[in-house]
Design a protein around this ligand. Structure first.
Ligand SMILES: [Zn+2]
Length: 176
């Protein structure tokens, strides 16, 4: 079931002991570092986490993070949607030393004062999943933008800028 009541912080030890499931969404606009790498911060990250304690008493969460993000297409420089899907198998640890002692198939997340900021954890996972370069599908590029993006010297600036007189006319129309 999807809801919007994801906690800001959580205690992985309590959640693991009670085998809690966290499910919900976080707006991409909550992730400043990720947003800086995107063409737009519109959309949501959908989070599903199942907590448990493993046979060695470790605090574990498995699940997924899914988001459709808008990345600048390197061919036409317009926003192109990219679907990110991260499968998670997280082990919550106390510090870096503790992180070195967990099996390699677990992804360590360090707790601060026994807690984890959910948005920070989700943001870091999404940043790691971002493609280095992105393109629209072969036919998905904006043909007009493509023309300007590919021609560096034969697209004079004033061709792209809106006519200043039409802007004045719009302003006047709004006033009246
Ligand atoms: Zn494109």
């Amino acid at each position: 079931m999807l809801n919007d009541t994801l906690p800001k912080y959580f205690d992985p030890r309590k959640h693991a002991a009670h085998e809690v499931t966290l499910e919900g969404r976080l707006p991409l606009s909550q992730f400043p570092e990720l947003s800086a790498a995107l063409a737009s911060n519109e959309g949501n990250a959908f989070v599903h986490l199942d907590f448990r304690v493993d046979e060695d008493r470790r605090y574990i969460a498995t699940g997924s993070i899914k988001a459709t993000v808008q990345v600048e297409c390197q061919r036409c420089l317009e926003a192109a949607p990219v679907e990110l899907e991260v499968d998670l198998c997280v082990c919550f640890v106390y510090d870096e030393d503790h992180a070195k002692n967990i099996p390699g198939d677990y992804d360590p997340v360090v707790m601060t004062d026994g807690e984890v900021v959910l948005a920070d954890m989700v943001e870091q996972e999404l940043i790691l999943a971002l493609p280095i370069v992105a393109y629209h599908d072969e036919s998905g590029c904006n043909p007009v933008a493509l023309k300007y993006a590919s021609s560096t010297d034969d697209a004079p600036d004033d061709e792209i800028k809106p006519n200043p007189f039409s802007i004045l006319a719009e302003l006047k129309a709004k006033k009246n």
